[in-house]
Design a protein around this ligand. Structure first.
Ligand code: HEM
Length: 443
């Protein structure tokens, strides 16, 4: 009789360097670190990151699908987001348990989908026009800053439905200050110290308190308007206020801050990367500019090219590499056993850089749109798939079209910008700088 051989309770292989070295390389150059590990150990590897322990990275399409979709019940997304509880709040979608998550997703989904998103285009176009108006011919602009202002405007006016000009003006000052604080302050508990009201943690708490006060004033006014019989708007706040079961102000605040945290800087940064690439690739730029004019006339082919341009930016220059999950029970993959409690990093950044699927993976190539299969997941998959995917796509298409049809830009330097880590985000290191060559519709 042959004895059954138990599955080896070992973690997938990974670098043997001391954890401190792995942490430093991962923090400074996450793309290169991931690519080295993928080449050396294959699409399931373990990195040892201080503060997180062994982190099992997953980047083969079928294993990614297991974690995000078919075996999602074996993983906890909320646990992986614990570090940002202070900012996004206990009711955030990123932290809620399964039942609450499903119920709230349903409510938040409506204002962020389909025809509803089309209503936000006017706000997007006005915000871009204001930026472009301020660009003098011959000057150099930092596109990331402009796009952050545009996406903040869309979030405040369209997604939240805020109209009060004093509140809008104050948020325009406070949100960029929040974004300027190094996210390590949030992610590393040891840095969370209030040095007599000074230092980044003190600044962060003061800013969050002031943003919260503005949100609560807005909510009080919106509730009063509802009681007075005002028509609800198409925005997220109106949808939550209209829920049959009452939603507390604390919960509403957490949803608003979550959308701001996950939707605003991501979209702005992805747009910055898109321009950083296009401006250095004359053929792609010409194709996308022509498509922008066609899309202006509601041409489907033009729109497909714009979508391909956006997708290729997300694929080749993602704003984040990994999605976090914590295994809630021992999980077996490729002959290894990942113990319960282990952090699993679903690496979309590496999934989209598999050399077998994407030869020369760092190069930006519009033709790749024809190669995308089920292993292309720009907005994730499963129960946590991006809630703002429609909005993000419409927004990026709209901004791309509005900029390319209003102004001619060129890179201010020929060499490419590299990916500078800022917490979990990867930003073009010079903020996607561009020279304004001419204004008016190019012929
Ligand atoms: C280029 C822009 C964007 C990209 C690439 C992106 C990507 C993603 C990805 C990959 C996820 C999955 C996270 C996971 O599985 O753990 C996600 C989740 C999410 N995104 Fe986005 N996103 C973008 C813009 C937006 C915008 C504009 C909004 C909202 C207005 C938004 C709201 C959300 C929310 C609420 C979640 C969490 C969903 C949940 O846990 O159920 N995102 N996003």
């Amino acid at each position: 009789m042959t004895a059954t051989v138990p599955m080896a309770a070992t973690l997938p292989p990974g670098p043997r360097w001391p954890a401190v070295v792995q942490t430093a390389v991962w923090a400074l150059a996450p793309v290169e670190f991931g690519r080295y590990c993928l080449r050396r150990y294959g699409p399931l590897f373990t990195a040892r990151i201080l503060g997180f322990g062994p982190v099992v990275h997953v980047c083969a399409p079928e294993t990614v699908r297991r974690v995000l979709s078919t075996e999602a019940h074996r993983f906890d997304a909320a646990k992986a987001n614990e570090a940002i509880r202070f900012v996004v709040g206990a009711h955030s979608l990123l932290l809620s348990g399964e039942a609450e998550h499903t119920a709230r997703r349903r409510v938040l989904m409506r204002p962020l989908h389909g025809a509803n998103v089309a209503r936000y285009v006017e706000v997007m176009e006005a915000a871009v026009a204001r930026e472009v108006d301020g660009w003098a011919v011959g000057s150099t602009v930092r596109l990331l800053d402009s796009f952050q202002r545009v996406t903040l405007e869309v979030m405040m006016r369209a997604v939240f439905g805020i109209t009060d000009s004093a509140r809008l003006a104050r948020l325009r000052v406070l949100v960029p200050r929040l974004l300027a604080i190094n996210p390590l302050v949030i992610l590393v508990p040891a840095v969370r110290r209030n040095f007599g009201g000074h230092g980044p943690w003190a600044r962060l708490t003061a800013l969050v308190t002031e943003v919260d006060a503005i949100i609560h004033a807005e909510l009080a006014e919106r509730r009063a308007a509802r009681r007075a019989g005002a028509e609800p708007g198409p925005d997220v706040v109106s949808a939550l206020l209209a829920c049959p079961e009452p939603v507390s102000d604390a919960e509403l605040r957490d949803h608003m801050v979550t959308l701001l945290a996950v939707g605003q800087e991501t979209t702005a940064t992805q747009l910055a990367w898109l321009f950083e690439r296009l401006l250095r690739l004359p053929d792609a730029l010409a194709a996308v500019t022509a498509a922008a004019r066609e899309a202006d006339r509601a041409d489907q082919n033009g729109r497909d090219v714009l979508d391909a341009a956006v997708h290729e930016a997300i694929r080749s220059r993602p704003t984040t590499m990994d999605l976090g999950r914590v295994a809630v029970e021992p999980w077996e993959a490729d002959g290894f056993t990942v113990p319960a409690g282990t952090l699993v990093a679903v690496s979309l950044g590496l999934l989209h850089r598999r050399p077998a699927a994407y030869p020369d993976p760092d190069s930006y190539d519009l033709a790749r749109r024809l190669q995308h299969g089920p292993g292309f997941l720009p907005f994730g998959a499963g129960e946590h798939r991006c809630l703002g995917a429609s909005l993000a796509m419409v927004q990026m298409r709209t901004v791309l079209t509005a900029v390319l049809t209003a102004v001619t830009l060129a890179p201010d330097r020929a060499f490419a910008e590299w990916a500078a880590p800022k917490g979990p985000m990867l930003l073009p290191h010079r903020g996607a700088r561009a020279r304004v060559v001419a204004k008016g519709r190019p012929c």
